[in-house]
Design a protein around this ligand. Structure first.
Ligand code: NAD
Length: 508
């Protein structure tokens, strides 16, 4: 597929791109190694946020479809897949990744159309997502149990065994990457998966399932598109799902945890954030401002770990704000299919309304809008969910704009005068996903990294890039468990201890 051919008007580009997308696959639910409609026959539209037109209709799965997917997944576990060695699984997953890489362009197009992210960024994210699957395909061969040297009259060892069927539920902001974070380790560990992708962005999940045909045995990977309270809740509350891995909002995480608790199902929860970036007075202020601007505007601010609160020393506040505003205003806002676009629309009408309500709220709360908040001008952009990236200054940390996850391109700048105050402000939110510290003083950076309650701390540069193999996850309301890490593979297995007596006087 040629991606360069979208160089007409926005409307025409998107009409053509949607047509191209529809031709790529069936985009039905994927259950037991094949495409199928929802048992109810119901469908829903996934929409293009640039022009707000439907891209295509996908099955609206519910409990009946989830039951079928879970059953197929158990059949896979009880059959051929359950007997595979790590080496065999490694080769199978690598073959799949290789096929997916051959379809990189089309996966990037689907991701961009579904979410509104610039095509070039979508391509980078798909590449990264596939790398995560490959990583787990590689390291699963090194996974093993241990021997317990506690007794002379027994050989005691442990085995790491898959749970069986794992239920995964994902959000819309990085659809393929976040899917890979879950299915990579889950499948490499020998589980079968039932995945419920976000209703806003199911296309790449459905397409990679289609591209697993003839590679993954039937039932190993199932995708049930649909809504959270239907398909999603059916996955997370299913009595035959033995592990749940969820990424989404903290309040949804509560519901997921409660549903899983009924079956005593272990959960990994990757939830929201309100991450601080602390700028100390000795920092490279220009670099700090660039870093904050990049973090809050990448993916139109729809990143769980975006540093949405800049906590800036009063001595460097003016310089920082000036530079931050310049950086934020330097984006090329436009059609994600255009080559020079660096900033696309929000994912949906709901997200657009939410972000705009916070822009209004910030002003009502008494913060000053230093830039942004207006409507986006540009030919063909009127029908999309575009917002200007915004910076609030003169804010207090107890304002709702500084406490709640807006999940859009809205930065809130708060000032401090002492180290203790900076740390107190940084920690004074319900979340603890990520944080950044900017300083030229190495000791200060390490001290702050220890004092801030967050799962990831970035020193000086905060590019939100999750490095394969480095743990990612939250403190406090940002969740539990870690993804992307080597140990994540282990978290998709359960430990069994085997005790074998050793005769003290063996008869020969
Ligand atoms: P969301 O919680 O609304 O939805 C996430 C998924 O859960 C969707 O697939 C949805 O259909 C499903 N869902 C909704 N209700 C459900 C229920 N009762 N039972 C089971 N599933 C249900 O979140 P969203 O708006 O799609 O995504 C944005 C959120 O995700 C933000 O809070 C963001 O910070 C968070 N996020 C976290 C990480 C991380 O790694 N910590 C990464 C990306 C996004």
């Amino acid at each position: 597929m040629q991606l360069e051919h979208y160089n007409d008007s926005v409307q025409e580009n998107h009409r053509q791109a949607r047509e191209d997308a529809r031709a790529l696959g069936a985009f039905e639910a994927w259950i037991d190694g094949g495409s199928r409609a929802a048992a109810s026959g119901e469908t829903f539209d996934t929409r293009d946020p640039v022009v707000d037109d439907p891209i295509l209709s996908v099955p609206r799965c519910d409990e009946a479809d989830v039951d079928a997917a879970v059953e197929a997944a158990w059949d896979a576990c009880d059959g051929e897949w359950g007997q595979t060695t790590p080496e065999e699984r490694s080769r199978t997953l690598q073959e799949w990744v290789s096929v997916l890489r051959d379809h990189l362009d089309e996966l990037a197009l689907l991701e961009s159309l579904d979410t509104g992210k610039p095509l070039a960024y979508a391509e980078g994210e798909v590449t990264k997502g596939l790398d995560f699957i490959e990583y787990y395909a590689n390291i699963c061969r090194a996974e093993g149990g241990k021997q317990i040297a506690a007794a002379n009259d027994a050989h005691i060892y442990t085995r790491r065994e898959p749970y069986g069927v794992v239920g995964c539920v994902t959000p819309w902001n990085y659809p393929l990457v976040l899917t890979s974070w879950k299915i990579g380790p889950a499948l490499a560990a020998g589980n079968a998966v039932v995945l419920k992708p976000a209703e806003q962005s199911p296309l790449t999940a459905l397409r990679i399932a289609e591209l697993s045909e003839g590679i993954l045995p039937d039932g190993v990977f199932n995708v049930v598109p649909g809504f959270g309270d239907e398909a999603g809740a059916s996955v997370t509350g299913h009595p035959d799902v033995r592990k749940v891995s969820f990424t989404g909002e903290d309040v949804t995480g509560e519901a997921v945890m409660s549903a899983a608790a009924e079956n005593i199902t272990p959960v990994t929860l990757e939830l929201g954030g309100k991450s601080p970036f602390v700028v100390f007075p000795d920092a490279d202020v220009e670099q700090a401002a660039e870093t904050v601007a990049g973090s809050i505007t990448y993916n139109t601010g729809q990143s769980c770990d975006a540093c949405s609160r800049a906590i800036v020393h009063e001595d460097v506040r003016d310089e920082f704000v000036e530079r931050l505003v310049e950086e934020v205003e330097s984006h090329t806002i436009g059609d994600p299919l255009a080559e020079d676009t660096t900033f696309g629309p929000l994912v949906s009408r709901a997200q657009y309304d939410k972000v705009n309500s916070y822009l209004k709220l910030g002003v009502e709360e008494g913060a000053t809008l230093a830039t942004g908040g207006g409507s986006v001008e540009g030919e063909g952009l009127d029908g999309g969910w575009f917002v200007e990236p915004a910076v609030f200054v003169d804010a207090e940390n107890d304002m709702r704009i500084a406490q709640e996850e807006i999940f859009g391109p809205v930065e809130t700048v708060v000032t401090f005068s002492t180290y203790e105050e900076a740390i107190e402000l940084a920690n004074d939110v319900p979340f603890g996903l990520a944080a950044g510290v900017a300083t030229e003083n190495g000791s200060l950076a390490h001290r702050a990294a220890a004092d801030i309650d967050a799962g990831s701390i970035w020193v000086n540069k905060y590019y939100g890039r999750t490095v394969t193999g480095s743990p990612f996850g939250g403190f406090k309301r940002s969740g539990m468990g870690r993804e992307c890490a080597r140990d994540t593979l282990t978290s998709y297995t359960q430990e069994k201890t085997v005790h074998v007596p050793i005769e003290q006087d063996p008869t020969l």
